[in-house]
Design a protein. Sequence first.
Length: 176
Amino acid sequence: MLEAQILAQEGARSSYRQCPRSQHLIQRLDPSTLRTPCLPCSQRAGGLYCFCWGCRMDWKDPSPQEKSCPNPQCPLQAVLYDAPEIHTPGSSVHGCPSLRACPKCHTLVTHTGVGCPLVECPECWTEFCYRCLGEHLEEDADETEWEHDEYEGLDYDNYYEANCSIAERQELKGSP
């Protein structure tokens, strides 16, 4: 609970991260490097354990001079972790991160906050739900376009809370 209070403070999200192994709250002491040591994990392991501040993956390179993360997905993952939530009352995507990655090709996608939660990736044209990240599959093979009008007039909060839960922030594993 103390960790939640710290993270709720203004500016704290840029100074603290949860360790991906132990979930301990770690303060960033050296902003010039992404390599971040976790002392509780290091003590438990009997050797230095570090993770990447940006993508939160285990730091593989033992060299303390290395300042850039070897994970090729690091910049994209860091953006997904740090995107603020959408706080548009009555929106079908209220509470979702403001950026999502297409489940198929990892292109960054955003939502206007208005209308149904379905979005289309501008890169691979995959249509998916911005809330649950599920790919939209058309019910009728002859149907060529999703009927967005069927969502008009719905109470989005009640409809989607009952039918579609908001997926956690995405964790990209490997290449798309």
